[in-house]
Write a protein that binds this ligand. Structure first.
Ligand code: ADE
Ligand code: ZN
Length: 326
């Protein structure tokens, strides 16, 4: 049987997905109308025209600006519910979902609003969409370490709903070590740890995320390929990487998808997964990314199955948990 079939996408886990990055233009306009927010675009087409990015920062500017439409619990619920429906249609059976509380707190939207709203949708994920979920709270690395600590404190009443912490936003100039203290505090609270590293930043940031922050999984990790000793370590320690091929093309971390290092990374023995990052902005959800690497990189069915298997291995699901039972 063929592993790849558009009507029957491979069952997979999505491990690198920013819920705010699933805000489609249509929903953005709907929420803007509902909340009386004026967007600086007349139509969804005009907004889509703005999705031409030079680098990570040019994307982040639009990503943070569009969040203005997210105001109430119901907004966050609708956002997450729409994502789960799309993900399920693309074979996603489990999703570990990032959210950026500081971006909402800065706009006067409370932690409770964000977590309660997302949770309303996620709690029904299994029943409504056949998707199990975890929440990972990210700190914005271009904000201060003190702000990250304060955010962790605000999240403490919600830790029954939050599995882990991550680190995202503008990478270069904001090395992982800046967040040593908050990662130590999170570990002491029993939270799992991941961090974006090596997307635009150098391989040294990957090493620092492992050694100083104690991350179990590296988000992106693309630039490890510049350091053979680091690759050898990641292979030896079985550290999963959550790659996002369409994101890498749109944010120009790679020149073309055909030139993406994924095949070389798999050949090197790295535990790679394929994910969608901010699918509303980068042109595709989980299986769109699988389909793109199949077409552009000529990955065999065996390789695609390996990527799907890796996604469950690299997830925070416990042994014998829900996906095995299916
Ligand atoms: N926030 C949302 N998407 C991101 C990405 N790809 N890198 C860093 N921060 C992000
Ligand atoms: Zn990301």
């Amino acid at each position: 049987t063929r592993a790849y079939d558009a009507l029957m996408p491979l069952p997979k886990a999505e491990l690198h997905l920013h819920i705010e990055g699933t805000l489609e233009p249509e929903l953005a306009f709907e929420l803007a109308a509902r909340n009386g927010v004026t967007l600086p675009y007349a139509t969804t087409d005009e907004l889509r025209e703005a999705y031409r990015f030079e680098d990570l920062q040019s994307f982040l500017d639009l990503y943070y600006a569009l969040m203005a439409v997210l105001r109430t619990e119901r907004d966050f619920e609708d956002l997450a519910d729409a994502y789960l429906a799309r993900a399920a249609a693309q074979g996603v059976r489990h999703a570990e979902i990032f959210f950026d509380p500081q971006a909402h707190l800065a706009r006067g939207v409370a932690m409770d609003t964000v977590v309660e709203g997302l949770w309303r949708a996620l709690a029904r994920g299994r029943a409504d969409h056949g998707v199990s979920t975890r929440l990972i709270m990210c700190f914005l690395r271009d904000e201060s370490a003190e702000s990250a600590l304060a955010t962790l404190e605000l999240a403490e009443p919600h830790l029954d709903r939050i599995t882990g912490i991550g680190l995202d936003s503008a990478e270069v100039g904001h090395p992982p070590a800046k967040f040593r203290e908050v990662y130590e505090a999170a570990a002491a609270l029993g939270l799992r740890r991941v961090a974006h590293a090596g997307e635009e930043g150098p391989p040294e940031y990957i090493t620092e995320a492992l050694d100083v922050l104690g991350v179990e999984r590296v988000d992106h990790g693309l630039r490890c390929m510049e350091d053979p000793a680091l690759v050898a370590r990641l292979v030896r320690e079985r550290i999963p990487l959550t790659l996002c091929p369409l994101s890498n093309v749109r944010l120009r971390a790679v020149d073309t998808l055909a030139g993406h290092p994924l095949p070389a990374m798999l050949d090197a023995g790295l535990l790679c997964t394929v994910n969608s990052d901010d699918p509303a902005y980068f042109g595709g959800y989980a299986d769109d990314n699988f389909d793109a690497v199949r077409r552009e990189l000529g990955l065999t069915d065996e390789r695609l199955r390996e990527l799907a298997r890796n996604s469950f291995l690299a997830s925070f699901l416990e042994d014998d948990e829900e996906w095995r039972a299916r």
